[in-house]
Design a protein around this ligand. Sequence first.
Ligand SMILES: Cc1cc2nc3c(=O)[nH]c(=O)nc-3n(C[C@H](O)[C@H](O)[C@H](O)COP(=O)(O)OP(=O)(O)OC[C@H]3O[C@@H](n4cnc5c(N)ncnc54)[C@H](O)[C@@H]3O)c2cc1C
Length: 300
Amino acid sequence: MVQSQHVAERTVVWQVKSVEEALHKKLEYKDQAMYIAGGTYLQLQREKGIPFPPNLISLALLPELQGISLEEEAESPFLQVGAQTSLNTCLRDPLIISMFPLLVQAIKQVAAPAVRNRGTIGGNLSFGSGDLVPLLLAYDASVSVLDDTGQKNIPLHEYINQPSENSLIIHVLLPLASVNAGEEETFSFYKKIGRREAFTTSQLSVAGRFQLSKDAKIIKALLTVGSSEEYPRHLETIENWLQGAVLTEETAAGIHEVVMKSYQPGTDAFSSAKYRKRILANILTAEVMRAQENASYYKE
Ligand SMILES: Cc1cc2nc3c(=O)[nH]c(=O)nc-3n(C[C@H](O)[C@H](O)[C@H](O)COP(=O)(O)OP(=O)(O)OC[C@H]3O[C@@H](n4cnc5c(N)ncnc54)[C@H](O)[C@@H]3O)c2cc1C
């Protein structure tokens, strides 16, 4: 292990060589240390006046956090993406392009190319309000993490809801069943409403995935939302309301009403709760209509 550089008078960057060493350092320094991947989010925070902690544990040299591979032999096959994979590498990866094109679309809306060269997928999932989280929740993604209890796979929603301070994300796991549901049709969407000119996280990121029966009934609905002011989460009331509904104009109109009644967003300096609520209602209405147009039941 090399103690490589002093970023500021009191910040040391530790260049660790294995995931075990990274965890060991984190456990040694506890809240006086943070992992650093591409450093783009941490740098942004620093510019806002939040200083680096005394110790930064660099993940840049860890081979375990690199690479993208298809795990077809697993009981439930999945695409494994190393946490340290840069967003631009994800954009160019043939497996991600062919299997998860919506992820490509979402990543293109994160920051600018120079930031995406350094920013990583693991970093996006770890600070709480990364724009990719709602989509990955809608994909039923998991993460493989290492902490003081060992290495394990946990659903992304658990990691987001109960992040352990020391957890190191090693891989992001994208189940192939989320894009290929066999006999059933799948309809997915992702929308980011943001202040593009400022290249910041979104005012609202919305993702959804419907599994449809042959007669255009929604067998399973996953809807997620997140923003710079709201931790990404499932919209359970709306998901439950959609379960079993048929894709019709009545359903599209009904979802608008359900969102207006059940969704309680916060207000921030840039957008009111009322505005976010209306935006979400409009997006979901439009997406239910688009799902109806795309369903093969209505095309036959
Ligand atoms: C100009 C600018 C614009 C931006 N615009 C957007 C945007 O539109 N949307 C958006 O979502 N983000 C945006 N960001 C934030 C950021 O660039 C991305 O979210 C990026 O993916 C973060 O990855 P990183 O590797 O740089 O994270 P880092 O800054 O290295 O780390 C972020 C957090 O994750 C933790 N962490 C990193 N890797 C791991 C790991 N493997 N295990 C556990 N914890 C880990 C770190 O401790 C830290 O708390 C922007 C940043 C800048 C500078």
